[in-house]
Design a protein around this ligand. Structure first.
Ligand code: LLP
Length: 423
């Protein structure tokens, strides 16, 4: 197998004559020695370029970054600086956005089970709009109205009944879903009617999100057609067509570009009046390829005739995706980035279970040894955001690199953090 495909790396990735990888002008070896491993490294230029590409494709104030993909104060600030709105799916995500200095009216709130407190927080902080997910949530908004809170702008999340080619756990547009109001059984129409007649909400639009890591552009086309029909008959002003644009994790994957996505969505919406406001909510496609994870090799175990296990100092606590969705990744040694990866190994973590796998059957350069660094690219989305403390492993640090400077944006957890909540 050949060397790592550089298209899987962040924009500013460069490789010197000896094969050492740098990102944002900083060598991975230096980052590992300065900040330790495991380490999430984000290319700030790449993040900004993806935000700009999305804004250029969809227009100003039309792109809402789904913060669940990766959120910390620095990320919220970066997206906000680039003119991107923020989608927060919980009070926790909203809190981080507000702490970062992002105004409430630059955020929208999602979630299939928002609590009264989360809804109150959204309204009192002047959220741009709330995407209402259920009849129970409409009742909760009635309660808040009775308390005298302001009337929020609201979109209704519709489940269009469209099946998507992605992992079942991240497919959300089908009838059998916990999310939204079903179109096919009439709930969507009933919810629109109810919201329209309610003094507690200002119904401005409808919303759908059919699933995540969608690689087949036709899936977006199908869902958009259904939503555009409903939207046209509703007489509302705002239509959100969700996120979900997939990315290439391995050299075998082919993902549509932001521009192709926008072309398909715009074509579907072409019949709508120019006053219709279209929003999208990309998460993964903004941050995934901007981030890599750097690990240190701790053990190498050859089982003759079976396989080789290479264990690194992180694992399913910093990347749950292989264990959860059998997601595939590539791996390489950043000190020999151009080396052909002629051997095979399973890359595993340090957690106490066999499912703690980072790469199932990875091509690797020959003779990976204890002390080598390994990098998994395309870990910028749903890696750190789903990180956990299983086995009381401390969560990694996160650095942003740009123009030869590395900026620590989330510090590494320490052992004291592990008992911080104990009383
Ligand atoms: N909008 C809504 C309402 C969503 O629920 C999501 C993702 C997005 C936007 C952003 O989707 P994206 O552009 O990132 O595909 N943990 C899973 C992904 C779960 C996505 C949940 N919703 C994973 O690691 O693949």
């Amino acid at each position: 197998m050949s060397a790592i495909d550089l298209r899987l790396l962040p924009t500013t990735a460069s490789v010197d004559g000896a094969g050492n990888l740098s990102i944002g002008g900083v060598s991975i070896a230096d980052l590992a020695s300065q900040f330790g491993t495991p380490l999430f490294v984000y290319d700030e230029q790449h993040l900004r370029e993806r935000c700009r590409e999305a804004v250029a494709a969809f227009g100003p104030d039309s792109v809402i970054y789904a913060t669940k993909a990766f959120l910390c104060k620095a990320m919220a600030q970066l997206a906000h600086e680039e003119g991107v709105l923020l989608d927060v799916a919980t009070g926790g995500e909203f809190h981080v956005a507000l702490q970062a200095g992002v105004p409430g009216d630059r955020c929208v709130m999602h979630g299939n089970n928002k609590s009264l407190d989360e809804l109150r927080m959204a309204i009192t902080n002047n959220i741009r709009h709330i995407v209402v997910d259920s009849f129970d949530e409409l009742s909760r908004l009635e309660t808040l109205h009775a308390e005298g809170l302001a009337v929020p702008r609201v979109q209704l999340r519709i489940t269009p009944g469209v099946h998507v080619n992605t992992h079942d756990y991240i497919s959300t547009g089908q009838d059998d879903s916990k999310f939204g109001f079903n179109l096919n059984n009439g709930d969507a129409h009933r919810a629109i009617e109810q919201a329209r007649n309610s003094a507690a909400v200002n119904l401005v639009g409808i919303h759908c999100h059919i699933g995540s890591n969608v690689l087949a552009i036709e899936n977006f086309e199908d869902a958009s057609k259904v939503m555009v029909d409903l939207f046209a008959s509703s007489g509302l002003q705002e239509l959100t067509l969700g996120g979900g644009l997939g990315v290439a994790y391995t050299e075998r994957d082919n993902a549509p570009t932001m521009q192709q996505w926008s072309t398909v969505l715009k074509r579907a919406a072409a019949s709508l009046p120019s006053t219709a406001r279209i929003y999208v909510e990309p998460g993964r496609s903004i941050v995934a390829t901007a981030g890599i994870t750097v690990y240190n090799v701790g053990t190498v175990k050859h089982i003759e005739g079976v396989r080789t296990y290479i264990a690194v100092d992180g694992g399913m606590s910093d990347n749950m995706r292989p264990a959860l969705y059998e997601s595939e990744y590539e791996v390489f040694d950043p000190a020999r980035t151009n080396a052909d990866r002629t051997e095979r190994a399973r890359i595993v973590g340090k957690h106490c279970e066999s499912g703690d796998i980072l790469v199932f059957n990875a091509p690797v350069a020959p003779n990976v040894a204890v002390g080598d660094l390994l990098v998994t690219p395309v870990t910028g989305a749903y890696g750190y955001s789903m990180a956990n403390n299983y086995n009381k492993v401390t969560r990694p640090a996160v650095v942003f690199v740009a123009n030869g400077v590395a900026r620590l944006v989330v510090r590494r957890e320490n052992l004291d953090d592990l008992t911080r909540l104990d009383v």
